[in-house]
Every structure is written in structure tokens, then in C-alpha cells.
Design a protein around this ligand. Structure first.
Ligand code: MSP
Length: 509
């Protein structure tokens, strides 16, 4: 039986349209899911939309729609973008689906039965855009410490979750599991937050309607984060704890942006502890993108529309750029200039050129038919080793979710290939009939190394990998079995490759 692997993205709010920040989290999850599948895992990859709450209710009113009409419309935009980005999710959950509502009600009841939810009264400062209550001391000039927008004082009857009760258990868990919160800097941030003390958390609202009713008291709707976080288990069939739930929970990794770390590493694990369920194995928070040096914002009209980028530069160039440009976990800046530079140097020059050059030479010297390699020289051995070692290194980088390093490692093999050609100078060998066997060997090494490169690249750039492997005479899709040196067979017919990534001559806009 294949080992199981479960990866999730946050579920996206439907009051905003998809932009590059959303595309980023989903893309990272997709690359991880594809890599794990390549390595023989049975992967459950979940994404979806977060459709309840006051923000969505307000956006719908402003658009003259019902909240569900708004959700239906925007949800489709997310789905169509995922299709264009070639996202390979297993399931797409919407919090308005019956399966989810049933699961949330069950989770709420379970925690209530345990005595960890009680009815009380709430009075504090509320930030509507962030759907978060703050104490007066947390406010900065009476504004939300997260988004700097005005807050209002609200008093309402509310159900509370006894989060305070789980403070010690949570700290103990974080300390015993160094990988639970990543990157490390984020982990430290959460440890200090929890050590300052956890308050009980208000987990219901009476001030608006658009949500899941609290079981047994439909004056209240369930707080949007209790509702949203539970998606990670309702998609697996919870409250039914057999089937997918038994197979995939606890999740291997929740991928999220740094802005929602606290919800995932404090609220969510304590909800799960109260419900008697295992907590996530890992939560990884990535950084934020700015656009040409500025914060992305609707009012600045600089929101980068991923559909436009894909149409203009192609899906694999966008996939490559987003994961290569910035180390996963750090903030980064998006600019057209940087994207074009990467396409021209890494994709057109290094990757595409190597395939183009080497397949053209095989055509010229051997009529496009791969020959049996002869004796291995030191230079050949070094190139083979570099290729084979990259397999292990890439695997290690995937364990750390260091996507950018994995790509760097693959590119070192590509550069080694271009250097190898320059050093062995096949065009000189070709002039001497006695060097025919040496020439055959050199051709074999160049092409076999690239077969492994495209196999490793398949998680990042599925289409490019398929094309590259196709040119190398491989009809089968990339597989883990392919990550062994020496599988290219003598006699394979190899066509001259077209430019995989034509250079982009235009100036950055
Ligand atoms: N609905 C909640 C998540 C609930 S998960 C149980 C939510 N949705 S969101 O649509 O606002 O954001 C989803 C993700 O997009 C977050 O991980 C957030 O970090 C990410 N990004 C939003 N803007 C971003 C950038 N500018 N850059 C990178 N990621 C960004 O939060």
C-alpha cells in the first residue's frame, strides 16, 4: 500500500478575487503534492473557499447579491484559475456545502459536551475586516494592530471556547515538536505569544446571520475561524472518523501565509485538543509578495492578476518564477522585469538551450539515434555524480519545503551540462573518425543527465517536463523509477528540440 500524504492550502475568502498571493500558496501546495505523488505517495491535496462571515455578507450586500450568489460567482473564478495554473488538487471544499456544515456542528457539539464551550458575554474592540476581537491594550491608537483600520467596541452574548485551559498543553506540544511550526522565526513568535497567556476565545456571533448556526441556539452563528479551520477535517469526512479521515489525519502540512499563522498554530490545535483529535504535523507560513516594491492593494490597482501573467508568459514560466525567485518563508517582490530576466536566463538560456544544443548534435552526428556509451572518463563521472547527487539533495529540500533551493540544485546540474559540452567540445570530436565512440559517450551523458533533470522538474513545470521527456524519447510520464542513472536506451530515436522558452525581447513594463 502506498504511504499517505495530506497537504492543504488555506480556503480563500470569496469577497476578494484571486490574485498572485492566493496563487502562490496554492502553487506551492501543488508542487509538493506532485512531488510526493512522484515519490510514490497517495496524496490528498485540499483547497477551497471560505464563504461565511460578515465580510462576505457585507460584500454581497454591496454587490446587490445574496451571499451565496456572490460565493458561487467568485468560487468559479478560483476554480478556473486553478485549472489554468494546472493545480492538481484532490478536492475543493466550500464552507457552504452540507458536508462541511454538518462537520462543523458536530465538532462544536463535541467540544461543548466536553465542557470546553460555555455561554458568556463579550465586550471588546472588534476589527470587522480581520474578524478579530482585540483587547484595548493590543490596539494601536484604537486601530487594529494587524491591519491598522478602525475598530469598534462591541458587546454581545457569545459562546466561549476554554482556550486558556490548553495553554500548557500547547506549549508542551510546540516545544516537543520542533518541526510543528516553520520557519523557525515564526515558531519563536508563536511561543512568546502563547507564553503571554491565552484568553478564552469567543466562538459565536449574534450580530450577523451569514454562517453556520450554533447547534441548539440558532440566535448564534459559529465564529468564522472555527468554521473555516474545521474544513481541513470535514473534507476528509469528519465526523466520520473512518475512511479518508483515518487515512490522512493528522495532516502532513498546512501551507499558509504568515498573516494567518496564529489561527493555525494556536486556535486550531487547541480546538483539536479539546475535540480529542490529533493536531497537525506541520504548519508552514510563507512570506508575502509586494508588487514592484509596493504593498498589493485594490486601491493602488496594482493587484497582479495571475490569469494575465499566464497568458502572457505561459503557465510554467509563472510557476517557475514564483517558487524560484524567493526562498519559501521569506517576503518577496514581484516585478515584470525580474520575471522576464528569469525566463531569459534560466529557462531560455540554461534549460532550453541545453536541450536544443544536445539534441541537435545527436541529429547531426548520429542521425538522431542514441548510441551505447563507451568507457567513462573522470569528467563524465563527475557529471554523472552531480546529476545523481541532485536527486537526494532535491529530496532533502522538499522535506524542508525549500522549493527555491530544490530548483537551484536542479539548475546546478543544467549548468554543469552546459559546461560539460563546452569542455568536451563534441564538434571537435566529430572531426576525428577515431573519436566516434568518445563522441557517442559524451552524447549519452548529456541526454541522460537531462532525462533526470526533466523528471525532477516535473513537479514544478509539468508541461515542460512532459515536453522535455518527450524529446528524449520517453513516452511514459515522469516517475520515481526514472530517477536512476542509465535508463536511456541505446537505439532511442531523439528529435531535435524546439526552443522550450523563446527569449522575451520586450522591455519590462
Ligand atoms: N479565509 C482565510 C483562511 C482560512 S484557512 C482555514 C484567509 N483567506 S484569504 O483569501 O484572505 O488569504 C488566503 C491566503 O492568501 C493566505 O495564506 C494569505 O497569506 C495569502 N495571501 C494574501 N495576500 C498575499 C500576498 N500579497 N502575498 C502572499 N500571500 C498572500 O485568510
Amino acid at each position: 500500500m502506498k504511504p499517505a500524504f495530506y497537504v492543504t492550502t488555506p480556503i480563500y475568502y470569496v469577497n476578494d478575487v484571486p490574485h498572485i498571493g492566493h496563487a502562490y500558496t496554492t502553487l506551492a501546495a501543488d508542487v509538493l503534492a506532485r512531488y510526493k505523488r512522484l515519490m510514490g505517495y497517495e496524496v490528498f491535496f485540499l483547497t477551497g473557499t471560505d464563504e461565511h462571515g460578515q465580510k462576505v455578507e457585507k460584500a454581497a450586500t454591496a454587490a446587490g447579491e445574496t451571499p451565496l450568489e456572490l460565493a458561487d460567482r467568485v468560487m468559479k473564478r478560483f476554480q478556473s484559475l486553478w485549472e489554468k495554473l494546472e493545480i492538481s488538487h484532490t478536492d475543493f471544499i466550500r464552507t457552504t456545502q452540507e458536508r462541511h456544515k454538518k462537520g462543523v456542528a458536530a465538532m462544536f457539539e463535541r467540544v461543548m459536551e466536553k465542557g470546553d464551550i460555555y455561554l458568556g458575554e463579550y465586550e471588546d474592540w472588534y476589527c470587522t475586516p480581520c474578524e478579530t476581537f482585540w483587547t484595548e491594550t493590543q490596539l494601536i491608537d484604537f486601530k487594529c494592530p494587524d491591519c491598522n483600520r478602525p475598530t469598534e467596541k462591541l458587546k454581545e452574548e457569545s459562546y466561549f471556547f476554554r482556550m486558556s485551559k490548553y495553554q500548557d498543553q500547547l506549549i508542551a506540544h510546540i516545544e516537543a515538536n520542533p518541526d510543528f511550526i516553520q520557519p523557525k522565526s515564526r515558531r519563536n513568535e508563536i511561543i512568546s505569544f502563547v507564553k503571554e497567556g491565552l484568553r478564552d476565545l469567543s466562538i459565536s456571533r449574534t450580530t450577523f446571520q451569514w454562517g453556520i448556526p450554533v447547534p441548539g441556539n440558532d440566535k448564534h452563528v459559529v465564529y468564522v475561524w472555527f468554521d473555516a479551520l474545521t474544513n481541513y477535517i470535514t473534507a476528509l469526512g469528519y465526523p466520520d472518523e473512518s475512511g479518508d479521515f483515518a487515512k490522512y489525519w493528522p495532516v502532513d502540512v498546512h501551507l499558509i501565509g504568515k498573516d494567518i499563522l496564529r489561527f493555525h498554530t494556536v486556535y486550531w490545535p487547541t480546538f483539536l485538543m479539546a475535540a480529542g483529535l490529533p493536531v497537525p504535523k506541520k504548519v508552514f507560513a510563507h512570506g508575502w509578495w509586494t508588487i514592484e516594491g509596493q504593498k498589493m492593494s485594490k486601491s493602488l490597482q496594482n493587484v497582479v492578476e495571475p490569469n494575465m501573467l499566464i497568458e502572457k508568459y505561459g503557465v510554467d514560466a509563472v510557476r517557475y518564477f514564483l517558487l524560484r525567485e524567493v526562498p519559501f518563508g521569506l517576503d518577496g517582490d514581484f516585478s515584470h522585469g525580474a520575471l522576464i530576466a528569469r525566463i531569459n536566463s534560466d529557462l531560455a538560456n540554461d534549460l532550453g538551450n541545453l536541450l536544443n544544443r544536445s539534441t541537435a548534435m545527436l541529429g547531426k552526428y548520429f542521425g538522431g539515434v542514441l548510441q551505447q556509451p563507451g568507457e567513462e572518463t573522470e569528467l563524465d563521472a563527475a557529471y554523472r555524480q552531480k546529476t545523481v547527487e541532485a536527486i537526494q539533495q532535491v529530496d532533502g529540500h522538499f522535506d524542508d519545503l525549500a522549493f527555491s533551493k530544490a530548483l537551484q540544485t536542479i539548475w546546478e546540474v543544467i549548468s554543469a551540462g552546459n559546461k560539460y559540452i563546452d569542455e568536451v567540445a563534441p564538434w571537435t570530436l566529430a572531426k576525428d573518425p577515431e573519436k566516434k565512440e568518445r563522441l557517442a559517450t559524451v552524447m549519452y551523458y548529456m541526454l541522460e543527465s537531462q532525462r533526470i533533470v526533466y523528471t525532477l522538474l516535473s513537479a514544478f513545470m509539468p508541461r515542460t517536463a512532459e515536453k522535455g521527456l518527450g524529446y528524449l524519447g520517453q513516452a511514459e510520464p515522469a516517475s520515481r523509477e526514472g530517477l536512476t542513472w542509465g535508463l536511456l536506451k541505446a537505439g532511442t530515436a531523439i528529435k531535435k528540440a524546439e526552443a522550450l522558452f523563446p527569449r522575451i525581447e520586450e522591455k519590462a513594463e
